[in-house]
Design a protein. Structure first.
Length: 488
């Protein structure tokens, strides 16, 4: 594509010189620039892409998009906001790929990963070629790729959607983080269904207040569009039991469908029954009454399933196929995942890293625990500090044996993080063990028949970030190793 053809999608812009090179790729990382690339300078939190424009030119860039004038021998196009321009150009350059997909976006504090996997499975079971973008990985058809962020930058995102279209994908599901919404990473994404799971405290290091956080999530619904298209209708799937849904309902022109347990909703779960091996409920829906018997455990799982059912039904999937698919699901990696190595007590690994998700997980454990409940829990470094004492309070209130430990301390001293947790539970009984492996071993070595151990916070993660280094660490493998050593 010629540079001037690409630039006409931007307005206003300062026209480049008469030079009109062929643009063979768009890059925002100078290390990926090749001959023919358009390099976009992005100001990050720690790195400014403008500082690497010369390097991009040396690597073969034919033009640079920047927010200020640069002294280069190639055209420099100056715009007010390169991130916004990158989203526009990426969507145009890759041929508006999301307009060729049925795209479902999921936002909320908890449940995004599980809900996205459930919806993707329903679509796949119906014979659709699917794509998935989220916390754990990106999936295109049967191939999976590692991801850096829950929601990638707009350039990576549109490039991924183009790969999906080229691979024959027709339905895609993605997690949409509040950071991505605020930073405009999903600008240009043509969502057909937007799903809201819930809103509880998290990311206040970034959003500062819960009001700002709520507003950020709402962007997904306000950006669904303002027209009614009978050929490609837009739907907002909202949690009737969460107060934020009222704001999102008022901010969207899309058709609204609700789900819930505690309040009346279009997709309503009643007569919920839980055991240690699964959950059943009666589903009331616009299509009638249905019985659902699933292997997933907990009230939070019912919410995720209700959201998935609603999203699938408005996407045109028959209810019998939706329920059949849901009832097959064994679980999602790192989400209330059992670790079994022949022990007489239960070990569960869960991604619960917010006060609400930890409370939900422990309340679920309490419904089937026969004796003591151990919880191994920490809080991440360089993240929302206000939730640390809250997490500690919940652990002490709902577990018999709370154990505070390191999560991903990052640049913070793990001992400082533990002290901030301990400040919320003075006078309570708990153990503080800085080393996460030792904490897991302590729980396993002290657990007896009928006890339950919940290892919270990291879930599917296979690493631990300490200082500037990243170490291999998987709660599931460490727990299994501890169990096997104990049984010897």
């Amino acid at each position: 594509m010629k540079l001037h053809t690409l630039l006409q999608y931007l307005y206003p812009y300062l026209p480049a010189s008469g030079v009109n090179p062929e643009v063979t790729s768009i890059e925002n990382d100078n290390r990926k620039v090749q001959p023919g690339s358009l390099f976009i300078c992005i100001k990050g939190y720690t790195v400014d892409g403008h500082d690497y424009a010369e390097s991009a030119e040396k690597n073969g860039a034919v033009a640079v998009l920047a927010e200020r004038e640069l002294s280069l021998n190639i055209p420099v196009i100056v715009v007010k906001n390169t991130k916004r321009a990158m989203a526009l150009l990426s969507d145009f350059y890759f041929g508006h790929p999301t307009q060729k997909l049925h795209l479902v976006g999921i936002t909320g504090t908890n449940g995004k990963t599980t809900t996205s996997h459930l919806i993707e499975k329903i679509f796949a079971d119906c014979g659709k070629n699917t794509g998935l973008i989220g916390t754990m990985y990106t999936k295109i058809g049967e191939k999976t790729f590692n991801t850096k962020n829950t929601t990638p930058e707009s350039l990576t995102l549109q490039k991924t959607f183009k790969q999906m279209v080229d691979s024959g994908v027709t339905s895609a599901v993605m997690e949409v983080s509040s950071h991505a919404l605020v930073e405009g990473r999903v600008h240009g994404c043509d969502y057909d269904v937007a799903v809201f799971t819930n809103l509880t405290q998290d990311h206040l290091d970034f959003h500062k207040t819960m009001d700002e956080y709520r507003q950020a999530k709402g962007l997904l619904f306000s950006q669904l569009g303002n027209t009614f298209n009978s050929q490609k209708p837009k739907y907002a799937v909202l949690n009737a039991d969460d107060k934020a849904s009222e704001q999102y309902m008022n901010s969207t022109a899309a058709r609204v469908v609700t789900y819930g347990i505690d309040h009346d909703a279009d997709f309503y779960a009643g007569n919920i029954k839980m055991t240690a091996t699964g959950t059943s409920f009666e589903l009331s829906s616009p299509l009638g009454l249905f019985s659902v018997n699933m292997k997933l455990i907990g009230k939070f799982s019912v919410y995720n399933v209700l959201a998935s059912i609603a999203a699938a039904v408005v996407s045109g999937v028959a209810m019998d196929k939706v329920i059949a698919s849901i009832e097959e699901v064994q679980g999602v990696s790192g989400r209330f995942e059992a670790v079994n190595a022949g022990q007489e007590f239960s070990v569960i690994v869960d991604y619960s890293h917010t006060p609400d998700s930890l409370e939900n997980a422990l309340k679920t454990v309490r419904q089937f625990a026969e004796k003591r409940i151990f919880v191994v829990v920490g809080c991440g470094g360089d993240r929302d500090r206000t939730k640390r004492p809250l997490m500690a309070k919940i652990a002490c209130a709902l577990a018999t044996d709370p154990i505070f430990t390191s999560d991903n301390p990052r640049s913070e001293d793990p001992e400082d993080i533990l002290r901030e947790m301990e400040a919320g539970v003075k006078g309570e009984n708990y153990q503080s063990i800085t080393d996460r492996k030792q904490a897991i071993y302590y729980a396993v070595n002290n657990a007896e028949q009928g006890d339950v151990i919940l290892i919270a916070g990291k879930g599917h993660e296979t690493y631990q970030q300490i200082g500037k280094e990243t170490f291999d660490f998987d709660d599931r493998l460490v727990a299994k190793e501890a169990i096997e050593e104990k049984m010897k």
